[in-house]
Design a protein around this ligand. Sequence first.
Ligand SMILES: [Zn+2]
Length: 58
Amino acid sequence: MERIFSMLRSFVDDGGKTKFCVTCGNKATQEALFTVGDGAILIEKYCDTCVTHVQKKE
Ligand SMILES: [Zn+2]
């Protein structure tokens, strides 16, 4: 399914559960929002390093 990069935002830790980067598995610090085909929002979490690649890709 096509997804279009929408925005980045700092990741807010909700409840003390550590979230991990979907690319490398390090601790996630930011989340990227994508719009997918039917208008839904997809959120993926990334560390500081990988998030720069997400931005460049789109
Ligand atoms: Zn990463």
